[in-house]
Design a protein around this ligand. Structure first.
Ligand code: FAD
Ligand code: 2HG
Ligand code: ZN
Length: 427
């Protein structure tokens, strides 16, 4: 174990000792992983771009167990890394050094579902796709969907405030999440698992943990408002200089089709759209969506990927792609721009045969400065994690960063929760 990685110095946390191992094995017997081969996939991120060297993975089943773990780690000053499905794209989900990985994989129980209100309460480790399947049988769906649905956990989604493919229709998790249960750094359990649509009693503490990327507490359960499963779904895939997917969902297929046809007639007549296809059956809808959902995976086959996730004024969205192409010329293999047009969210991906420091210097801070110039965000939906924390000032004033650091210091005075992530170190 080296004391420095990626130019970051290991903070003076304790090292896991034999007596720590004994404690954890007693607390959660058979659910403490120390075998290096078993640990390997949990130490590396989905993109295989950052790697930690944790020597211990814990798999609690209940909030009470998470509480005991954190109480102990806080006392012992052992750093921890909360982990869900490990699909995060900013290096937040894996340790930097030897932080203990606390996985939510075994916290995968649905607690309740109310088919009148559509409110689902479940443990944080439920896989998004499983929840959606569970709800579909009851004529409901999850209010969010993303390409990583088969692996990501609802707790990870909340911790990153994931956006995804349904945000335009159903809004962000800041609206659909009604309550959270969170274990704080000192082990206390914060039960804000309300299932109320309206609740103005004091500060809305759950919002602090939505998008906090495992730095303020470990989310152990989520209460979330789920929409009805739409009776009629249409998906159109349209092409001119760009390709766009538009999904409509409603309750009356004849009415929806009529509206859609009027729209298509209009865009074809105006010359805006030159080609396209409409899908109404499930199989074709899934096939077309998978073209969009698998772009991230496709890009990993194009070499080294420099990934940016930006919020921009929608009318400026593609200008950055054009400007970046012009700036990089042949030094990049591909400069790809796609994303969530309706949300003003551009995913700018630049590929090259191999990693090059000079290419990185040509991209950064250019991309961040370009974004700041239009008051955009340098992290629209993926978070800051390990990779983007030093660029927060492009999107947030100094006073806001300072206040965030103060909140972090208050909730986690020893800094054991996901250190080296999200916020730059306080000066
Ligand atoms: P992890 O990757 O395990 O963790 C992510 C962060 O959350 C880490 O900082 C971790 O410490 C923290 N964390 C995890 N669980 C908890 C918990 N219970 N309590 C506290 N902290 C926790 N994102 C989008 O916003 N929109 C998309 O459309 C989208 N598409 C994607 C498509 C693909 C193919 C991939 C690989 C990723 C995509 N993502 C997208 C990235 C997105 O952030 C994650 O997929 C997802 O939200 C993370 O969930 P996870 O369970 O994998 O969390
Ligand atoms: C998506 O919208 C994800 O597909 C991933 O947010 C984006 O890989 C990316 O750049
Ligand atoms: Zn996205």
């Amino acid at each position: 174990l080296t004391s420095e990685r990626y130019g970051v110095q290991r903070l003076p946390f304790s090292h896991v000792s034999d007596s720590d191992l004994t404690f954890f094995e007693h607390l959660i017997p058979g659910r403490v992983i120390t075998d290096p081969d078993e640990l390997r996939p949990f130490n590396v991120d989905w993109l295989q771009s950052v790697r930690g060297c944790s020597k211990m993975l814990l798999r609690p089943r209940t909030a009470a167990e998470v509480s005991e773990i954190l109480r102990y780690c806080n006392k012992r000053k052992l750093a921890v890394n909360p982990q869900g499905g490990n699909t995060g794209l900013v290096g937040g989900s894996v340790p930097v050094f030897d932080e203990i990985i606390i996985s939510t994989a075994l916290m995968n129980q649905v607690i309740s579902f109310n088919s009148v209100s559509g409110i689902l309460v479940c443990q944080a480790g439920c896989i998004l796709e499983n929840l959606n399947q569970y709800l579909e049988e009851l004529d409901f769906i999850m209010p969010l969907d993303l390409g990583a649905k088969g692996s990501c956990h609802i707790g990870g989604n909340v911790a990153t405030n994931a956006g995804g493919l349904r945000l335009l229709r159903y809004g962000s998790l800041r609206g659909t999440v009604l309550g959270l249960e969170v274990v704080l750094a000192d082990g206390s359990i914060l039960n804000c698992l309300a299932s109320l649509r309206k609740d103005n009693t004091g500060y809305d503490l759950k919002q602090l943990f939505i998008g906090s990327e495992g730095t303020l507490g470990i989310i152990t359960a989520v209460s979330i408002l789920c929409p009805r499963k739409p009776k009629s779904v249409n998906l159109v895939f349209l092409g001119s200089p760009f390709y766009i997917l538009i999904e409509t969902s409603g309750s009356n297929s004849a009415h929806d089709e009529e509206k859609l046809n009027n729209f298509l007639e209009h865009v074809m007549a105006s010359g805006l759209v030159t080609d396209g296809t409409v899908a109404t059956e499930d199989k074709k809808i899934k096939m077309l969506w998978s073209l969009r959902e698998r772009i991230t995976e496709a890009l990993t086959h194009d070499g080294c990927v420099y990934k940016y996730d930006l919020s921009l004024p929608v009318e400026r969205l593609y200008d950055l792609v054009i400007d970046t192409r012009a700036r990089l010329g042949k030094t990049a293999k591909n400069v790809v721009g796609y994303g969530h047009l309706g949300d003003g969210n551009l995913h700018l991906n630049i590929t090259a045969e191999s990693y090059s420091h000079s290419l990185l210097n040509a991209i950064e801070p250019f991309v961040y400065e370009w974004t700041a110039q239009y008051n955009g965000s340098i992290s629209a939906e993926h978070g800051l994690g390990f990779k983007k924390k030093h660029y927060i000032q492009y999107s947030k004033p100094q006073e806001a960063v300072l206040l965030m650091q103060q909140v972090k210091a208050m909730l986690d005075p020893k800094g054991i929760l996901n250190p080296y992530k999200t916020l730059p170190a306080s000066s």
